[in-house]
Design a protein around this ligand. Structure first.
Ligand SMILES: [Ca+2]
Length: 163
């Protein structure tokens, strides 16, 4: 036998579910599509607000939430390719750059890995900061440094030996 307390609890839960689905009908959630307006191409860190490049690191805070438009990492990111482009590049060149060794970590963190990697490429001041943000082991960092040294030296034919 179902107690009246249980029935009233169920009624409350069902009413909340109905109310919440009505809420979503009235206020559909529009997924963020990135900063698609060319006049405001820069996405503020930890936000979906888009601003013009001229407001980044211009000495006037307040263009992004929490004044992140004047943050050191934001200043670095503003001088680098857009994070979305870095991410596309990484998808295309991952095995070439990192080889099988680091590819294994993709399987463990597939959903977030490229986003994390692209973010780290976008904002890191140096290779140590990059390694910290991507939780690289010292072995992975050495591997990564060697790959980039080979690219820097134009010795692309040697990369498969490391990868
Ligand atoms: Ca600013």
């Amino acid at each position: 036998m179902i107690s009246s307390a249980l029935v009233s609890s169920l009624t409350i839960i069902l009413n909340r579910a109905a109310a919440s689905s009505l809420f979503y009908v009235l206020h559909p959630v529009i997924p963020f599509k990135g900063c698609i307006d060319p006049s405001e191409p820069f996405q503020c860190p930890q936000s979906q607000q888009c601003i013009a490049l001229q407001f980044i690191c211009d000495g006037h805070p307040g263009d992004c939430p929490d004044n992140l438009d004047e943050n050191e990492e934001t200043c670095i990111a503003a001088k680098r390719p857009a994070k979305e482009n870095i991410e596309k590049f990484l998808h295309a060149a991952y095995t070439f750059l990192f080889g099988e060794k680091l590819s294994r970590s993709i399987d463990e963190n597939k959903i977030y890995w490229f986003d994390t990697l692209a973010s780290a490429f976008s904002v890191s001041k140096n290779i140590h900061s990059f390694a910290e943000k991507t939780f690289m082991s010292s072995g992975d960092l050495t591997h990564f440094r060697n790959i980039f040294q080979l690219i820097h030296d134009g010795r692309l034919e040697d990369i498969p030996l490391f990868a």
